[in-house]
Design a protein around this ligand. Structure first.
Ligand code: SF4
Length: 266
């Protein structure tokens, strides 16, 4: 389906939860946030129905995000339900990797194709501080498990903040080159003041070729990361919500005062 700027919308990013097992400084306060109540979270059946309708409207690429998607109970079952939908050509996930060692083989067997793993530094101490308690060794085990399970290509997402040093960027480049991973630098963004940048090594942030819409965990179809619009599938119906969102897709992102990165999935 084309939007009003003739961009072909083929990519749906789905945030399956706003919850996370880490507390990265640039994303979430240490104490966490007011979580979306369980009865407001879309069920697996509802999410799968959205994917079926979206595929019928031209979407062929699905990415699962969060919060942290692997903390959503039964996530492997959701992958199974989605991977069987005809027309889903690419099924990917963005994860912080902490639970990846536990789930990689099951995710691959269920039909997940590949993973992006968030890794902002190779310094275990800095990683622990940055994530307020994360264990980088666990992420490395998760990455190894993803490779063993064939969730390829592995892509590494590094959020580049003012504290990111050029040495760290070099170390990540060397690490990815040595392992055959794709590396993407995502400069820290702010939804409320509308500052965002093209993703180095990826397609994100390039409005002129933007092909994506988002589904939040509570069922809002959002036309753009930097937009206040959202159309709830329970309220409008799935097709209408998607059509309205695509109709409101801006030429370029502006600001988002409605969502946060942990409930829209970046
Ligand atoms: S800011 Fe909006 S239009 Fe631009 S690339 Fe991001 S989602 Fe697409």
């Amino acid at each position: 389906m084309l939007d009003q700027f003739n961009r072909n919308i083929t990519y749906l990013r789905i945030s399956v939860t706003d919850r996370c097992n880490l507390r990265c400084h640039y994303c979430m306060p240490a104490e966490g946030v007011q979580w979306i109540p369980h009865n407001s979270i879309l069920s697996f059946e509802e999410i799968t129905e959205v994917v079926k309708v979206a595929v019928g409207m031209g979407v062929n690429k699905i990415r699962l995000t969060g919060g942290e998607p692997l903390v959503r109970k039964g996530i492997v079952d959701l992958i199974k339900m989605m991977s069987g939908i005809p027309g889903v050509e690419d099924l990917a996930m963005t994860t912080n990797g902490i639970l990846l060692e536990k789930y990689a083989a099951d995710l691959a067997a269920a039909g997940l194709k590949r993973v992006n793993v968030s890794l902002d530094t190779l310094d275990p101490e800095k990683y622990n501080k940055l994530t307020r308690g994360g264990d980088m060794a666990q992420v490395m085990k998760g990455i190894d498990a993803a490779v063993d399970a064939g969730l390829l290509p592995v892509k590494i997402n590094c959020v580049q903040t003012a504290q990111t040093t050029s040495e760290e960027k070099e170390q990540l480049r060397d690490f990815c080159e040595a392992r055959g991973f794709k590396l993407r630098f995502i400069r820290q963004m702010s939804l409320t003041d509308g500052s965002f940048y093209p993703v180095e090594g990826g397609d994100g942030g390039r409005c002129s070729i933007c092909n994506r819409i988002r589904l939040t965990a509570k069922g809002d179809v959002v036309p753009c990361l930097f937009s206040d619009y959202g159309y709830n599938v329970r309220e409008y119906g799935i097709e209408e919500a998607i059509l309205k969102a695509v109709g409101k897709k801006p030429a370029t992102g502006h600001k988002n005062n409605v969502n946060a990165f942990y409930n829209i999935g970046g």
